[in-house]
Design a protein around this ligand. Structure first.
Ligand SMILES: NC(=O)c1ccc[n+]([C@@H]2O[C@H](COP(=O)([O-])OP(=O)(O)OC[C@H]3O[C@@H](n4cnc5c(N)ncnc54)[C@H](OP(=O)(O)O)[C@@H]3O)[C@@H](O)[C@H]2O)c1
Length: 161
C-alpha cells in the first residue's frame, strides 16, 4: 500500500487527503500545530488516515505533498524528506504571502524556492489547480479582501482591446 504524507491539513491538504483515500492510498497528514488538533479530520477520513507531526508524516510516506504556502522561514522536515518526491501545491499569491523578487522577475518559480528549502528532496509542482469546495469560509483577512475586491472591480471596468 502506498502511503502519501500530506504536510498541510487545510483546504488543499484535506481535499487531497479525501481524494487520495478514495483512490485507495493511505494518508499520514500533518499541520503546524500537531496531530492532536486534527482529530475531527481523522474521524472524517477514516481508518486509512492518521495524523502525525510533520517529521513523522514525512518519514512514513512513500512520497509527500506540501499543502501550505511558501515562506522563507518555513520549518520543514528536511532530513526525513531526503531522497523523496515532494509534490508542491503552492500557488504564488502575492496578495496572500507577499512578494518574492526572484519570482516577480521571472528568475525562479515559487517551486524552485521550495526546492532550495529541501535540497535533498525532489520537488515538483502538482495539484496547484485543484478546487476546494467550501466546507468552511474562505480565509482572507479584511485588508486583503478589500484589495482583492478593488482589483476585481478595476479588472471588470477595464475594456478588452
Ligand atoms: N485552497 C485551495 O483551493 C487550493 C488549491 C490549489 C492549491 N492551493 C495551495 O495549497 C496551499 C495551501 O492552501 P490552503 O488553502 O489549503 O491553506 P490553509 O487552508 O490555510 O491550510 C494551510 C495548512 O498548512 C498547515 N501548515 C502551515 N505550515 C506548515 C508546516 N510548516 N508544516 C506542516 N503544515 C503546515 C496549516 O497548519 P495550521 O493550521 O496548524 O497552521 C494548515 O493546516 C497554498 O500554497 C495554496 O496556494 C490551495
Amino acid at each position: 500500500m502506498t502511503t502519501i504524507g500530506i504536510l498541510g491539513a487545510g483546504q488543499a491538504g484535506s481535499t487531497l487527503a479525501r481524494a487520495a483515500i478514495a483512490a485507495g492510498y493511505d494518508v499520514v497528514i500533518a499541520n503546524s500545530r500537531g496531530p492532536g488538533t486534527l482529530a475531527a479530520l481523522i474521524d472524517e477520513l477514516g481508518p486509512h488516515a492518521r495524523a502525525a507531526h510533520a517529521t513523522d508524516a514525512a518519514a512514513a510516506a512513500d512520497f509527500v505533498v506540501t499543502a501550505f504556502p511558501y515562506a522563507p522561514g518555513d520549518k520543514l522536515p528536511v532530513e526525513a524528506l531526503a531522497g523523496k518526491v515532494v509534490l508542491d501545491t503552492n500557488n504564488y499569491m502575492a496578495w496572500r504571502d507577499g512578494n518574492y523578487p526572484e519570482v516577480d522577475s521571472g528568475l525562479k518559480t515559487i517551486h524552485e524556492l521550495r526546492q532550495e528549502q529541501l535540497p535533498t528532496a525532489k520537488v515538483a509542482k502538482a495539484f496547484t489547480h485543484i478546487q476546494f469546495h467550501a466546507r468552511s469560509p474562505v480565509r482572507v483577512d479584511g485588508q486583503s479582501r478589500d484589495e482583492l475586491i478593488r482589483n476585481l472591480q478595476s479588472a471588470r471596468r477595464t475594456p478588452f482591446s
